[in-house]
Design a protein around this ligand. Structure first.
Ligand code: CO8
Length: 374
């Protein structure tokens, strides 16, 4: 069977960063204003006072120190608490297509691939910015790619599920050269007025070129040895935004539908599930965890990653073995594990084995085992 090889990766990092301190200052100003505006209802027990946020708590609970965002001003304005991302005309490149093209150009260059020779484009992310036409088809047109394109969404696991779709298409002969991009605008659907979650996410876009091995110009890529996907329904991470919101008569439909989660439950339920899937996947490929040079894990929470890596390896992982990018990028949903891969693989020699694993809403887990070529 033809093997599928990752021959290029790219990353778009937004130009603005927000530190925990700046984010907390904006939130606390907003909370102070809310509490004074609603002092009478809070006093009468009709409303709860908004609690204050804390930068030290955020770093200790999550490992996050800052996040990159498409717009800083709107998020840090206590009168607004959401980014300014104005709708563009239909003639302009959409925000997600723009990020995708930027990350894709880097990946194409690394792979030494002419975009006209791409025959499949997948945009895989948590929140495609519109229903149709697919953002992927816009990206295909912007790059002058051939073949076909589609969007897919499996929340934080969108990229690994996209990798499996790309590898399957190559192995079945339906495609020879695939672009898979992950334009994550997490700040667009994050509630910056919620102390428990306002710090969790940032924006970024990653891209990968996946090719049939006999097509690859870059001989130092990563062969996909195997992919394993798992889903299990849970309401613990949810976003109810959708096209039926406007059809609701109760008034609830008019409210902003944003990211909500039971963070503690997610932590407890997802960690053992992920470690178990990773170990079983390695065993099925007859690979011992000790043979792995690198774990590129989903970047949601540092404590979570340390726990999962320890369960997989049977000992704590070093920072080189399980690189961390969430301190700078925060949780960028499906882009997180791919950013870790993009930034932390250049030192690996031919034959080195590595493991990408994503996990998140669904629940969904995507496990991809790679071997460095060269
Ligand atoms: N400042 C100060 N105190 C706070 C804050 C804050 N900002 N936030 C919470 N607290 C308080 C709590 O209220 C609580 O107080 P009390 O003890 O009085 O009740 C106390 O601190 C402890 O709170 P927690 O128990 O919630 O704290 P944890 O130690 O569990 O940390 C985390 C919270 C960081 C959220 C942690 O539980 C976690 O990371 N869990 C896993 C989350 C996860 O991986 N989620 C995956 C979501 S991503 C995904 O699937 C993709 C979705 C699609 C993308 C969406 C884009 C928007």
């Amino acid at each position: 069977m033809t093997s599928a090889v990752i021959t290029g990766t790219g990353l778009f990092t937004p130009p603005h960063a927000i530190s925990n301190e700046a984010l907390v200052q904006a939130y606390n100003l907003w909370a102070e204003y809310y509490n004074s505006e609603h002092a009478a209802e809070i006093e009468a027990g009709q409303l709860e006072a908004k609690p204050f946020s804390n930068a030290e708590f955020i770093e200790k609970a999550s490992g996050i120190k800052q996040r990159y965002v498409l717009d800083r001003d709107g998020i840090l304005d206590p009168q607004r608490m959401k980014p300014y991302l104005p709708e563009r005309s239909n003639e302009a490149l959409s925000q997600q297509a723009e990020m995708s093209v930027s990350a894709a150009r880097d990946a194409l260059q690394q792979a030494q691939v002419d975009p006209a020779t791409l025959d499949m484009v997948i945009v895989a992310c948590s929140n495609p910015q519109r229903a149709y036409p697919a953002v992927a088809i816009e990206v295909q047109a912007a790059l002058g790619a051939g073949g076909f394109a589609y969007d897919m969404n499996v929340a934080c696991s969108s990229a690994t599920f996209g990798l499996q779709a790309a590898a399957n298409a190559i192995q079945s002969g339906q495609a020879k050269r695939v672009l898979m991009v992950n334009p994550e605008i997490c700040t667009g659907h994050l509630n910056f007025c919620d102390r428990d979650s306002h710090f969790i996410f940032g924006d970024a876009c990653t891209a990968m070129i996946i090719e049939a091995s006999d097509q690859a110009h870059n001989q130092a890529g990563f062969e996909i040895l195997g992919t394993k996907l798992k889903t299990q329904f849970s309401n613990n991470i949810r976003n109810n935004a959708g096209f039926l919101n406007r059809c609701d008569e109760s008034g609830l439909g008019a409210l902003d539908k944003l990211f909500v989660q039971e963070g503690r439950k997610v932590f407890k339920e997802v960690c053992p599930m992920v470690a178990d899937i990773m170990r079983h996947h390695l065993a099925a490929l007859e690979i011992e965890p000790a043979q792995l040079s690198r774990l590129w894990l989903h970047q949601a929470n540092l404590n979570m990653n340390q726990l999962i890596a320890k369960r997989v390896l049977g000992r704590p992982a070093t920072e080189v073995e399980a690189p961390v990018i969430l301190d700078r990028y925060a949780n960028t949903s499906s882009a997180g594990s791919i950013i870790a891969f993009h930034l932390h693989q250049q030192d690996l020699g031919p034959g080195a084995l590595g493991h990408i694993c994503s996990f998140g809403a669904g629940y969904s887990v995507g496990s991809v085992v790679l071997r460095k070529q060269g």
